[in-house]
Design a protein around this ligand. Structure first.
Ligand code: ADP
Ligand code: MG
Length: 318
């Protein structure tokens, strides 16, 4: 059955430099065009954790060396990351479509996402950005007033505020593209965080979790499925422990219980589970369609996942 699907691509899956990103984007394009070829309507949301950290650091370093260079607000760094990741993705997807003789059009939309300026996330930074550091490097940054956090056993990273997305400013345009059979790349890096003040959008110092923005987009465009593609094929309980167990299908109630038991790491799997649940909760079943569901799996398993063969699926009820 033809589905409308929002795909959330992990920022870490896009590599750490331009070359790695290009290679990763090609693999990604293959997986996405497989789904388009199968007849599904696809909107793509990508992460930007490593990339936005790199952009921020580059401008900070430049500003230290030469006062003519500005220290860019994080919102502008997110906008830059949307541009350069979107540029690679739209070109690799277009090439893949061409190769298969498909006529669909693809484009990245510079997307703004409204956040609540009173969101308590602004007082409590939790979103890892930039590269991984040793404990010593992290301690040195901390001494300079930068927030740092250990990221799921993989090393230390800088963290920034990550408020929840309230609305996607360009949602109507994205929906229009899908209706026209086009492939939008939208809300990249979680979207440029903005808040309305005096009738105008202003950038906010945050990086919105792309998994939550993808869930919000899936809700707004009435998607059948939210697929979160990341570095693991399935979600596990007792992750990385001897009694680790991979999960297949979870109801909202079961997922809720596992969250309460602390099975999912903050800043990595927890936001994915919460985003998956938020989409399933916020969407209602439509006549003649499968009930809305969310799937967490590996990029290379997207097609098998949609076919129900792998991944961890979250549904309202069994
Ligand atoms: P992305 O870049 O795709 O957003 P993240 O690194 O933020 O990826 O999150 C995915 C990572 O979450 C996995 O690679 C894994 O190391 C980690 N993780 C934490 N808890 C779990 C869990 N319970 N099950 C599976 N993976 C988990
Ligand atoms: Mg992540």
């Amino acid at each position: 059955m033809k589905k409308r699907i929002v795909i959330a691509l992990g920022g870490n899956a896009l590599g750490d430099n331009l070359e790695e990103q290009m290679t990763a984007a090609k693999i990604t394009a293959g997986a996405i065009v497989d789904l388009v070829e199968a007849g599904h309507e696809i909107a793509i949301v990508h992460g930007n954790g490593p990339q936005v950290g790199m952009i921020l650091t580059a401008f900070e370093t430049a500003a230290k060396a030469n006062s003519k260079f500005p220290v860019l607000p994080i919102s502008v760094c997110v906008a830059l990351s949307q541009g350069y990741i979107g540029y690679d993705l739209q070109n690799t997807i277009r090439m893949e479509l061409d190769k298969r003789g498909m006529k669909q059009q693809v484009a990245a939309i510079i997307s703004q996402v409204e956040v609540d300026p009173n969101d308590k996330a602004f007082q409590n930074p939790t979103k890892p950005i930039g590269g991984f550091m040793s404990k010593e490097e992290a301690d040195a940054l901390k001494a300079q007033g930068v927030s740092v956090m250990e990221d799921a056993g993989r090393g230390w990273r800088q963290v920034v505020a990550s408020p929840k997305p309230q609305h996607i400013v360009e949602a109507g345009i994205i929906k229009g593209m899908l209706a026209a059979g086009q492939i939008p790349i939208a809300a990249g890096g979680g979207g440029i965080p903005v808040a309305m003040k005096d009738g105008q959008y202003h950038g906010m110092p945050a990086v919105i979790d792309k998994d939550f923005s993808a869930a919000k987009l899936a809700q707004l465009i009435e998607a059948d499925m939210l697929i979160i593609l990341t570095a693991v094929e399935k979600v596990a309980i007792n992750f990385n422990k001897p009694d680790q167990q991979w999960l297949d299908t979870l109801t909202l109630a079961e997922a809720e219980k596992l969250i309460a038991e602390n099975h999912f790491a903050k800043g990595s799997m927890l936001p994915k589970m919460e985003a998956a649940m938020a989409f399933v909760k916020s969407s209602s079943a439509k006549a003649g369609r499968e009930p809305p569901s969310a799937l967490i799996t590996l990029l290379t398993k997207a097609r098998d996942g949609v076919a129900g063969k792998t991944g961890t699926k979250i549904v309202a009820n069994l």
